[in-house]
Design a protein around this ligand. Structure first.
Ligand SMILES: [Zn+2]
Length: 390
């Protein structure tokens, strides 16, 4: 059902609610009897003319809030918020709160909706005050209150507060998604500490991120960066290799760091062994390129045959470009010219293509964002795989 279809149903439901309410009222005043039908027909007229917004306004105005229409008003308020008509949502929710006979449970329910309205309107201070006020007592809506508070603090980038409430939420209502989100909040604090060169604090926050979510690739990468900065390459290698188990889709991102770390301590033996192991399980253009580069040092012909075999099994534009580059090195005259033109064209084609894509909403871009700029999910933007990617 479309949103306006739902509005139409609510419209009719409101009328039924009014009829029921009227029946239960022993002696409706003359004013009530006269006013409601007029507004109802005015609303109906708007609806028939396709003026749904005016129709709902007329209808909402016509009805006093009573126990029969409470749920419908609540739903209408939420629909207005989702449609972006925040002031109407706030008006409806405030009129519900003004009811003299509203129960404590319904009061908290409406306050929760009102807090969502304030958040949608950007009135974050008011939303926070309201939520903290409801949260001060243990209620049946604890999960919803904490979830909204975490959303609010995340939006404000108040990471300390988001972590505090997020951990309470995770304690009572644990979910994997919430754990991932918490880990990223810790990573945000870690990166902030790194920018200020507060290394122990950065280290501590990355560790807490891993504690919150042992699969947090961002925390492992952050720790590896810290270790590399401190020339603790063995520790860096351990962290980087762990990423293959956490989420192998990020392997292309860590290969250059892994190479640098290995070369700083043990030479390339362990590095090549690791790449060869991963090639069988999770081939990617960056991985194939790294191995080709290594083979080409000793035996160029072998390296060329290797990349051709890999391209057959795992075709990518990047791999094809690598092959052209190798052949360009041996070419001369016209051949060199033609290969260079071809190489340049592929370069133009690939440089304008997005390199990362959100697995949640499909947003694509050149940069690796830890929080998707479009759907705001954490850790869902990853390197693109397939013909045009890895
Ligand atoms: Zn997204």
């Amino acid at each position: 059902m479309t949103e306006w279809g739902l509005f139409a149903v609510l419209f009719i439901a409101l009328f039924i609610g009014w009829v029921l309410g009227r029946r239960r009222t022993p002696e409706p005043t003359k004013k009530e009897l006269k006013k409601v039908p007029n507004d109802y027909f005015r609303g109906l007229n708007h609806l028939l003319n396709g003026q749904q917004s005016e129709a709902i306004d007329a209808f909402v105005d016509s009805l006093e809030v009573n126990s029969d229409t409470f749920d419908i008003h609540l739903t209408l308020g939420n629909l207005f918020r989702k449609k972006g008509e925040i002031q109407k949502a706030i008006n409806i929710h405030q009129s519900l709160l003004a009811r003299p006979d509203i129960s404590p449970r319904d009061t908290r329910l409406v306050q929760l909706e009102l807090a969502s309205d304030f958040m949608s309107a950007g009135l974050l201070d008011r939303a926070e005050r309201l939520l903290l006020n409801i949260a001060s007592r243990k209620t049946e809506f604890q999960k919803e209150i904490f979830t909204l508070l975490v959303d609010l603090y995340e939006f404000e980038q108040s990471w300390d507060k988001a972590i505090k409430i997020g951990h309470q939420l995770q304690l009572d209502y644990p979910t994997k998604k919430q754990a991932q989100r918490l880990a990223h909040f810790h990573c945000e604090l870690a990166e902030e500490a790194s920018r200020k060169e507060l290394w122990p604090k950065a280290y501590q926050q990355y560790k807490e991120a891993i504690e919150a979510d042992s699969d947090c690739v961002r925390a492992s990468m952050g720790l590896a960066d810290l270790y590399m900065f401190q020339r603790r390459y063995r520790d860096a290698i351990k962290e980087l290799k762990a990423i293959a188990d956490q989420d192998h889709e990020f392997l292309p991102v860590i290969i250059p760091k892994l190479k640098e770390s290995y070369q700083s301590v043990w030479g390339s033996g362990g590095y090549i062994k690791f790449l060869q192991e991963q090639l069988n399980k999770h081939p990617s253009a960056t991985l194939i390129r790294a191995l080709t580069e290594h083979y080409a040092h000793d035996d160029k012909e072998f390296a060329e045959q290797f990349i051709i075999d890999q391209l057959r099994a795992h075709p990518t534009i990047k791999g094809f470009q690598e092959l052209i580059d190798m052949q360009r090195a041996d070419a001369q005259g016209h051949d060199l010219e033609n290969l260079s033109v071809l190489y340049g064209l592929i370069e133009q084609l690939t440089s304008s293509k997005p390199k990362h894509r959100c697995r949640q909403c499909g947003f694509a871009g050149l940069q690796l964002h830890w929080q998707c700029p479009s759907c705001k999910s954490w850790g869902t933007v990853k390197p693109i795989h397939g013909l045009e990617g890895e």
